[in-house]
Design a protein around this ligand. Structure first.
Ligand code: ADP
Length: 630
């Protein structure tokens, strides 16, 4: 006999309260997903019990395999979802059903506030349990942690909090293991009490749940309403596109279509079944710091872990299941880290996923584009991290270039100009700004294609030494560029001939003198045809874009750039002047002009001049001088 203590009220975490408020007051058409979320939680609980029972068989005292039951009660206007899984103790009820401990919650909530398609967002984020408040005005959860003699009741009507109490003897007798969730339905949700409706929803969303789902009608015998098979174990020939879509949506808790499906069985040194999907839309936690993958590991159909890092972090968007025949069932989560068999599986499956993406890129470019648009920035992390597969990942990548969109490096290399030995790129904040960057001028004059890289991650992977098809990748804002051997498109516009009569050495000396410590060097440029100047990084320094990102995060002291000047530009010519800047007046003028060359170049790179007021002052003076002269 248990002594019953008074129920205790506890507040929801602020995010939960906000979420519930949105759920309760919004009119999502697809309220039915609440059932999928509850069944999915129940299935996870059954998975966990099966896993824990491997080392502690006494947890399943009655020997009954875990299952899920759904029981409507029209008189009481309640729908119960009951599982005989792992259950929750008091603290787990409080923590799991009172807080959301997930990154991206804030941005999710603000998007949910604005969205029309709430169900889709809810699915992407996976708010799970709380979705039940779309259909219920009150929820009572009674749970017994497997093996425990204590049973607790959590209840809430939404709002700002919940109550937690010890269960009555009756409740404790009824709930022998696992969790019973009783939904007191809102009036408009009473359709979920109809058995045909429950069956329809379960078949639509939860047919692939591995555990039996029983419908317990008010009259008549309980009957199983799902097929309860591990779909990945079935032969491909038996499965339709619709089956796969459903399996994907159920496994990933998603609503979109899979953009790629990979289903095979590996036999040989090890045997395992693989069922993996690439989603067609981005999840909320894609750029989560933890960069955790979500592929589930099963051993002989028993769920083991969903954080076993079965794929490298840059493939963390891939969802699905790997089911091994050879790993020991009692493999502990710690052992997963260093298990050599698992390392082999990981290597083989990673290779397979990448080759599948490659062939999708060739055979179904539209599907591949969806994946690339959603996950390209993540895949590109691999260029930096996965040395072994670097060239393959470069080959998968698609780029916006000066020639068009979604260009592959293979296309780039096929279109190289005569004598062109490098693949050129420019990194920056936006395509528009890059297109007007003077560093492109000389390449444009020769019809050389340039990759325009604007993802934040681009600044990082490009800092690794890279080549594709034997052609090194080279930044147009770094080191020396030599286009001398590549012919101009318009051969009459011979930009190399310097007929301005400007004395290069004198001009450079004057600019260096004027700018002092602000730049590391001043050089005549090969990059420019019409602009006066640009800033580049030295051959062994970081690219300018990475430099800026690192400086923003205070990660590295900025190294000084090199100022390149266009010797044919009148502004540059004016610096030396005819008298070689001998008198004080023209010395001041040449100093102002030198600073303008530097500041213009900064602005064209999307930076601010160090002293914007001084820049404006200089510009005004020069303009006024021009007006006075004219
Ligand atoms: P998620 O399932 O995405 O973690 P939920 O809000 O649906 O989010 O559930 C929160 C947590 O509550 C789950 O992670 C799980 O630990 C616990 N939980 C929910 N339902 C059950 C259940 N039927 N049995 C055991 N634990 C559960």
């Amino acid at each position: 006999m248990t002594t019953t203590t008074a129920p205790e009220s506890q507040p929801f975490q602020a995010e939960v309260a906000e979420l519930l408020n949105l759920m309760v007051h919004s009119v999502y058409s697809e309220t039915e997903i609440f059932l999928r979320e509850l069944i999915s939680n129940a299935s996870d609980a059954c998975d966990k019990l099966r896993y824990e029972a491997i080392s502690a068989p006494e947890l399943i005292v009655d020997g009954a395999p875990p299952k899920i039951r759904i029981a409507p009660d029209k008189k009481a206007n309640t729908l119960s979802v009951v599982d005989s899984g792992i259950g929750m103790d008091r603290q787990e009820l409080i923590d799991n059903l009172g807080t959301i401990a997930r990154s991206g919650t804030k941005s999710f909530l603000s998007r949910l506030t604005e969205a029309k398609d709430g169900a889709n967002l809810i699915g992407q984020f996976g708010v799970g349990f709380y979705a039940a408040f779309m259909v219920a005005e009150r929820i009572v959860v009674t749970s017994r942690r497997a093996g425990s003699d204590q049973v607790f009741v959590w209840s809430s009507s939404g709002g700002s909090g919940f109550e937690i109490a010890q269960a009555s003897d009756d409740d404790a007798t009824r709930v022998t293991r696992g969790t019973e969730i009783v939904l007191h339905l809102k009036k408009e949700a009473s359709k979920y009490l109809e058995t045909y409706e429950i069956e329809r929803v379960v078949r639509a969303w939860s047919d692939n749940i591995q555990f039996p789902i029983e419908l317990v009608p008010e009259e008549g015998e309980p009957r199983q309403i799902n097929s309860a098979s591990a779909l990945w174990q079935r032969p491909k020939s038996e499965l339709s596109a619709e089956d796969y879509k459903q399996a994907y949506q159920q496994i990933a808790g998603a609503f979109d279509e899979p953009a790629m499906t990979l289903h095979y069985r590996a036999e040989g040194r090890q045997s395992y079944a693989v069922l993996l999907f690439a989603p067609s839309t981005k999840p909320f936690d894609l750029f989560d710091q933890a960069r955790k993958g979500k592929v589930k590991l099963y051993v002989r159909r028993v769920f083991i872990a969903d954080d076993a890092d079965l794929l490298p972090a840059y493939l963390r968007f891939i969802r699905g299941v790997i089911d091994s025949e050879d790993l020991p069932l009692n493999i502990s989560r710690e052992m997963l880290q260093n298990n050599p068999q698992l390392a082999q599986i990981r290597k083989a499956v990673t290779g397979r996923v990448i080759s599948e993406l490659e062939s999708l890129g060739e055979k179904e470019p539209e599907a591949f584009t969806k994946i690339w648009d959603a996950f390209g920035p993540v895949i590109k992390e691999g260029i930096w991290e996965d040395f072994e597969r670097r060239e393959k990942l470069l080959g998968l990548s698609r780029f916006t270039t000066t020639k068009g969109e979604k260009r592959s490096l293979k296309q780039y290399v096929d279109d190289l100009k005569p004598n062109q030995t490098d693949i050129y790129y420019l990194t920056g904040d936006s395509i528009e700004r890059l297109k007007s960057n003077p560093k492109l001028e000389s390449a444009t004059a020769r019809g050389i294609e340039v990759l325009l890289l604007t993802d934040p991650v681009d600044a990082f992977w490009t800092s690794a030494p890279l080549d594709f098809g034997g052609k090194p990748l080279k930044s147009l804002s770094q080191g020396d560029i030599d286009f001398a051997l590549i012919p101009l498109l318009d051969d009459k516009a011979d930009e190399k001939k310097d007929d301005s009569g400007t004395d290069e050495a004198t001009t450079i000396a004057l600019i260096k003198d004027a700018l002092g410590e602000r730049v590391s060097d001043v050089r005549a440029s090969q990059r420019l045809t019409s602009s006066a100047s640009c800033l580049v990084a030295g051959g062994d320094a970081h690219d300018r874009m990475l430099e800026r990102l690192l400086a923003m995060q205070n990660k590295a002291p900025a190294t000084k750039p090199i100022l390149e000047i266009n010797m044919r530009h009148p502004l540059v010519a004016a610096i030396a002047g005819d008298k070689g800047a001998a008198n004080d007046l023209s010395k001041d003028l040449s100093k102002d002009l030198s600073f303008l060359l530097l500041e213009q170049a900064q602005i064209l790179d999307g930076e601010l001049p160090e002293d914007p007021a001084a820049f404006a002052g200089r510009l005004n003076q020069l303009v006024l001088r021009g007006i006075a002269k004219g």
